[in-house]
Design a protein around this ligand. Structure first.
Ligand SMILES: [Ca+2]
Ligand SMILES: [Ca+2]
Ligand SMILES: [Ca+2]
Length: 238
């Protein structure tokens, strides 16, 4: 009962107040995506959402409200991915009211059909046709990359009913524990990953969502990124 009261209080008071504060306070205080409640949105928020998705931590009620950045009512890898895109400067806002993602709707007409596959193919062939790049990015695994053949393949499989929904391919990708430390996502954990992580900590390397997961480590009860020294020690212990 106590827990329920607390939840109701959170929803009734804290959440609306946060929204009002966010609305009044402009960009000074992050709300959407800031699940760690530090006031800013970073890759750590993306990591924490992924850890929630895979049951490695349980987000609080307020964190849950902040995490559903695509506004579909569920916390999924899509939310973590959008937070990452925001940190990378590839989307302007994490307010679900500000953007309406329709995965696979490459041409932005509100529906997903054969025309989207044709448009994506034209884009990939360098025709210069304008597309909705967020909608088009249906393959979100692997290292950071441009739109490519994987997106086209997945869209084709969806249109031919081989896939029940777009993004289904992303889920198995994030589960394997043996990816720990494989920061550059090449399938092995070695000195190259230390170099990659060093570049990330120096601010010269962005991380893919998979990299973010692979670089995460729980220290002192909180998820954070490995330091290059930590990773080097981990590799030594293998
Ligand atoms: Ca969501
Ligand atoms: Ca379309
Ligand atoms: Ca590696």
């Amino acid at each position: 009962m106590k827990g329920l009261k607390r939840f109701v209080l959170l929803v009734a008071v804290v959440l609306p107040m946060s929204i009002i504060l966010a609305a009044c306070g402009g960009e000074s205080k992050a709300f959407w995506g800031d699940v760690t409640m530090t006031g800013t949105v970073t890759y750590i928020d993306s990591l924490v959402i992924m850890k929630h998705v895979y049951g490695e931590l349980q987000l609080s009620a307020e964190a849950l409200a902040r995490a559903d950045v695509d506004g579909d009512g569920f916390i999924t890898s899509t939310d973590a991915y959008l937070v990452k895109l925001y940190v990378d400067g590839k989307v302007d806002s994490l307010d679900p009211n500000n953007f309406n993602i329709v995965w696979g709707d490459v041409n932005g007409d509100g529906k997903v059909d054969e025309a989207d596959r044709t448009t994506l193919q034209e884009f990939l062939n360098g025709s210069g046709v304008a597309i909705n790049k967020t909608n088009a990015r249906v393959h979100i695994g692997g290292a950071d990359r441009d739109l490519g053949g994987e997106d086209s393949t997945i869209l084709a499989r969806y249109l031919s009913d081989s896939y029940a929904w777009l993004e289904v391919n992303t889920l198995p990708f994030f589960i394997a524990n043996n990816w720990v430390g494989d920061v550059n996502c090449d399938g092995v954990v070695d000195a190259d990953d230390v170099a990659y992580l060093t570049a990330f900590h120096a601010g010269t390397q962005t991380l893919s969502l998979q990299s973010i997961c692979n670089a995460g480590v729980k220290i002192g009860g909180a998820w954070q990124f490995m330091t290059p020294e930590f990773l080097a020690g981990y590799i030594e212990s293998l």
